[in-house]
Design a protein around this ligand. Structure first.
Ligand SMILES: [Fe+2]
Length: 282
């Protein structure tokens, strides 16, 4: 203490500011995986349904052979797993993504849509990623509509590509995917759209989806609990309106996963733990 008093006033102030910053920021850097649960109600659902939403893995590592993430999913025992894009990463390589798919592919129905990062690595990497999905027999949705037979419910799942798809494949025209799927929807079915992009909420709402499931925003990277739900998200900018969480408008619910990106980003997450999203619909 005497040593501290012997320091100049300027140095003492700097040390105090540093200590306060460490005290405030330190706990916010804790980035262990957490499970985030949402409970929804619908007249269209007669028996409970549990969905696991996995987004923005970016080939990050969750324990040996991805066991931490796989165990978290198994503990929730979902009826279906939806992979909402950016599961691969053009910079980190595919080792962790492959380990994850290897750990789940034969035990759950799994559906996948692309994120922007599946396209950002160029044509060769894109086809390599899609070949991996085929190896694991995972269904990719590209404007397709599938009827999910879950616990006797009438559920329709639509999945659309990320709108950066045109970068590698001129056949990927997102607008056409939306229109084709929309024209085939049945209003009596519980209609879910799986799409990487939360900034398209107006489209999901205009097309009367009951539920839209998205990622991409990474929770806005930095959060201040109770004050700020995300500082910045790609394609939404500063103070993003759809950084993560549940949003509702005119009968459409959108759930935005804060995703699983961890070591793939230069700027660390702050008060924004990576998340596995579990949705119960009753
Ligand atoms: Fe993304």
């Amino acid at each position: 203490m005497q040593k501290f008093k012997n320091l100049s006033k300027e140095t003492r102030i700097k040390l105090i500011i540093l200590a306060v910053l460490i005290f405030l920021i330190g706990p916010g850097l804790y980035n262990k995986l957490k499970v985030v649960n949402y409970a929804l109600k619908s007249d269209k659902i007669i028996n409970p349904v549990r969905i696991a939403l996995v987004t923005d893995l970016h080939s990050c590592k969750y324990g040996d052979n991805q066991q931490e993430l796989i165990d978290a999913i198994d503990a929730q025992n979902p009826d279906v797993i939806l992979l909402g894009g950016d599961i691969f990463d053009e910079k980190l390589g595919n080792e962790n993504t492959i380990a994850f798919l290897d750990g789940i592919y034969d035990r759950y129905p799994i559906y996948y849509v692309t994120g922007n990062h599946e396209f950002w690595g160029g044509v060769d990497m894109y086809y390599e990623d899609m070949a991996i999905l085929e190896t694991y027999n995972i269904t990719r949705l590209e404007g397709d509509l599938v009827h999910l037979d879950i616990n006797g419910n009438n559920i329709t799942l639509v999945g659309v590509d990320d709108y950066d798809g045109y970068l590698v494949d001129s056949d990927i025209i997102l607008e056409n995917q939306f229109v084709d799927a929309y024209l085939s929807l049945d209003a009596d079915s519980y209609n879910i759209i799986l799409s990487h992009r939360p900034e398209l909420f107006d489209t999901y709402e205009a097309q009367d989806y009951d539920l839209a499931l998205c990622g991409h925003a990474h929770g806005g990277q930095w959060r201040i609990p109770g004050i700020l739900n995300g500082l910045y998200a790609p394609n939404q900018g500063l103070f993003p309106p759809y950084a993560g969480g549940l949003y509702e408008e005119d009968g459409t619910t959108m759930i935005v996963s804060r995703g699983l990106a961890r070591e793939s980003t230069l700027v660390p997450r702050l008060y924004n733990r990576p998340e596995l999203v579990i949705i119960d619909i009753t």
